[in-house]
Every structure is written in structure tokens, then in C-alpha cells.
Ligand binder design. Sequence first.
Ligand code: KPL
Length: 312
Amino acid sequence: MYNPSIAILGAGAIGQLIYHQLVNAQLSPYFITRGKTQEKQVLTLTHLDGQETQSTAALHCITSSGTHESKCLLPGKTQLLIVCVKSYQVKDALKAVISQLPLSCHILLLHNGLGPHLEVEPLLQGRGLSLATTSQGAFRQGTWRLKQTGTGITQIGHFSGPLMPSALKQILLGAIPSSEWCEPILPFLWQKLAINAAINPLTAIEDCPNGALAAPQYEQEICDIVTELVDVAMATGVELNELALTNRVYSVIELTSANFSSMHQDVANKRRTEIDSINGYIVERAKEHGLTAKVNLSLLNRIKAIEANYLV
Ligand code: KPL
């Protein structure tokens, strides 16, 4: 059986979920993580039906000393690197490993928000770059203990450089449940961006679960966030249907009503949020095209002010 060498950079909830799914498809991925950890680790996944699966993962570590990353030794023939770190970590995490990956290694970014794809492209020295978004839900109950909280779809598509080899593409789509290849990928990423831009900052500011945003008091703001995003996306060449997108935001609010958004969790745990690659990305692209996105800008500033209270 074709068993390509696949590395997962970042062992957060989504990285671990993808790991379990690849293992379940008889593949042997490995992790690249930060810090000193063991070379092997037992990972546990609690599925939606309460069943547990365990897999043993090989870990390759990047250790940082001050501002310097000391290089880890990676298996020489890695064919696919799936980057699952937070959006603001993508560039540095990739910089630390890229020189050890063959030029034929394909890179796949999977994170919330948009923006890192523009920063990393120049680092890739011609390697192929694909982008993905997922609405699968999982959270970490312990460092290596994961609980799946919802099924969801995963959309993957080409962005630049050589295409992902089709055997690799088939393996990936076969392993990740409800995954699909989408061309062009950018409209799908903008659609997910709208969901995150509307739900994440509002739930973090209001300190509420996603479902609370169905209240009429948030309706105008949610509509404005989507309207601005649709205008900005259009200026960048991506056409979106505003009504369909607003309905989609409300359907995610309903489907995930009991969940706390990732930004709510980041703020609650005094961590840096992904605001720069969510509402911040909309604001930056708006500026570039001579537009204003004042509702998104106001959310960006409000989240920055909250972060400033706890980030040093
Ligand atoms: O992706 C999400 C997030 O929390 O980042 C949503 C879809 C808003 C679900 O909570």
C-alpha cells in the first residue's frame, strides 16, 4: 500500500485529530512539535459515540533557545507537511523546518483565518502550497488526550507552485472524513473567514457561547461584518453571495450554539488570539483596496485592547 511520509507541524486539537484520522487510514504520519518531549507519545481520542482509540505517535521536536530555533532531524523523504499551528505561528514554525524538507515536499496550511499563505509563499523555494479549512470540532482534555466535539467538512485546494501529487491527494481525501478538493480554494476560505469574523470576536467580547449571538441585539453588527467582508473579498477578486453567507453564519451559530469559540477560549485562557488573521485580515485587505471596514476594525481594536490587559 502507498504510505507516503506525512508530517504534522503542531500538535494542537486539529493537528491531533488529523493525526488520528491518518492513522485510522493505515498511514504512519509523524509530528513536529516545539519543546523537549519524548520521541514517542501515546495519543487518545474520544470519539463522538464515547469510544476511545489510542495511537502511538513519533515526535520530532524543534527546541527554541532564546530567539534561535535549534534544528530537529526530520525523516529525509517527507512528502507532505500539514501545518496545523495557530495562524500567527505559521511563518516562524515553517521557517524552523523548511530547510530540512525536500524541495518536492508539498505544504498544506490548515488554520483559522487568512494571511499566512501570503507570508510563507516566499519561503517555500518553489514547493507546492495548498490551503485548507475545517469545521471539524475537537478539544484537548489533556496534552495528548483529545475529545471530538463535532463532525464537519474539510475543504482543501491548491494555492501556488506545483500541484499536490494526485496519489497524495487521494490518500488525504480518503483519510479525512467529509473532505473535498475545492478549486479555487480562496472563496471557501473567505466563507469560513466570514463565520469566524462574525462569531469569534463577538463571543470573546460578550463572554458568551456561540448560540447567544442569535439574539436580535447582535443582528445589525453581524450583518455589517458580513457586508464589509463581501465588499473586500470582491475587491480582491472573490465574489461571494451576501445573503447565503449571512444565512451560513446563522446556521453555524445554531449548530454550534453550546460551543465556546476558539477566540473566546483564547481570551478566557489569556492567550494571544487569531484576530490579526480574521478581522485584521479583512481590515488590511480593505486598506489595500481603498475601502473602509469600520465594523471589523472596531472588533479588531476591541480584541487588541482585551489582549493588551494580559499579554506582556
Ligand atoms: O471555527 C470556529 C471557532 O471557534 O474558531 C467556529 C466555527 C466559530 C466554531 O466555534
